[in-house]
Design a protein. Structure first.
Length: 59
């Protein structure tokens, strides 16, 4: 197994965490700040926001 490489899956975010991310972003908070508050990487926060707001718009 290579050193320094992440192995395994990260835990899946809960619905409550996803809702919180959308609420904070809608309130104007940056992805970095949301990530710092929730303990989720800013990249993952941005992806969750993009995916879930798109899903909301399509329904």
């Amino acid at each position: 197994m290579p050193w320094g490489r992440a192995t395994g899956k990260q835990r899946e975010t809960t619905i409550n965490e996803r809702v919180r991310i959308i609420e904070l972003r809608t309130a104007g908070m940056s992805f970095r700040r949301i990530g710092a508050e929730t303990g989720i990487s800013c990249t993952q926060v941005a992806e969750i926001y993009r995916r879930w707001t798109l899903a909301i718009l399509l329904t």
